[in-house]
Ligand binder design. Structure first.
Ligand code: ADP
Length: 277
């Protein structure tokens, strides 16, 4: 067991990978056309370049999306149900491949057909999906601890850290309960705890407050805000315009798979971020 493991090790690994990838010489050897795109790359953690996704049903879920997310940014992806938010997040964690366009995350070209680093990619992100994907035969604590155990934490330490995280989402009294005994809102909070417990540098959250009441929504938003203030990059999809209006974060509005409006975030709130000149 790797007792000294810290999630930042993944981040360091990814940084190294990024350095390799942005070395134009490597790409000159592989594919000449890549060089101009790569050499203009800035420090963005996420880059989507003319990304479209059409499902076999001929539904166009994303259409020519261009998007960059800088380290430490909090970005809302806002739009009504069916506008393409989940598809966008699924493309970013490579749960889905776009029909066309390119996606670069941490400098890795994740849309390349030969991309093989899905494990490293996923370890560096916390994903809160709409269907929670919880283990139904485990307790609440075990569900969260599991995320740590698979990254090498000893079981005892994993359980203790899971316990701390569950307190942060208000579930300290449900830890030993079966997942099946929890309401949808409580299960959603377990899914959030599991995504955050590894302290990932990037969080992709798909409607994470969708099943929560107003008070719990504010509590959970407080947790996301704390993480953002510590430098975590957050991409947060929601259909709730009231929620988006409460915060001065960046908002990308999508409709019918297209970005139609952007509200710039207050960059002074991004750790290390500067206001625009
Ligand atoms: P949102 O998250 O904003 O509700 P989605 O990304 O889930 O939007 O869906 C965008 C569009 O793509 C919708 O019309 C939806 O019905 C369609 N869609 C999503 N997933 C699939 C799929 N696996 N197969 C076919 N169509 C899909």
């Amino acid at each position: 067991m790797n007792q000294g493991y810290h999630p930042c090790q993944d981040f360091e690994l990814l940084k190294k990978l990024q350095l390799q990838i942005i070395n134009p010489l490597i790409f000159l050897k592989k594919k000449r056309t890549r060089v101009s795109f790569v050499s203009t790359m800035n420090e963005a953690i996420i880059e989507m370049d003319h990304v479209s996704k059409t499902y076999p049903s001929r539904i166009s879920a994303l259409s020519d999306i261009n998007l960059e997310v800088q380290p430490g940014e909090f970005t809302f992806i806002a739009g009504p149900s069916g506008s393409g938010k989940s598809t966008l997040l699924r493309v970013l964690c490579r749960a889905e491949r776009p029909t066309s366009g390119e996606v670069v995350v941490y400098g890795m070209h994740i849309t390349d057909p030969g991309f093989k680093k899905i494990y490293q990619l996923r370890r560096a992100m916390g994903i809160v999906s709409q269907d929670f994907k919880l283990l139904r035969d485990r307790t609440v604590n075990e569900n969260v601890a599991f995320a740590l155990e698979v990254t090498g934490h000893p079981r005892k330490e994993a359980k203790r850290k899971a316990s701390d995280m569950l307190s942060r989402v208000g579930l300290e009294e449900r830890e030993q309960d079966s997942i099946l005994a929890l309401s949808a809102g409580e299960q959603q909070r377990v899914a959030i705890a599991r995504a955050l417990v590894n302290s990932p540098p990037l969080i992709l959250a798909d409607e994470p407050t969708g099943n929560l009441d107003a008070k719990m929504t504010l509590d959970i938003m407080g947790t996301f805000t704390d993480l953002h203030q510590k430098g975590t990059t957050i991409v947060f999809a929601t259909q709730f315009t009231g929620l988006v209006k409460r915060y001065s974060y960046r908002v990308i509005r999508i409709s019918n798979g297209q970005i139609f409006n952007e509200r710039k975030g207050d960059m002074t709130q991004v750790p290390g971020g500067k206001p625009e000149e």
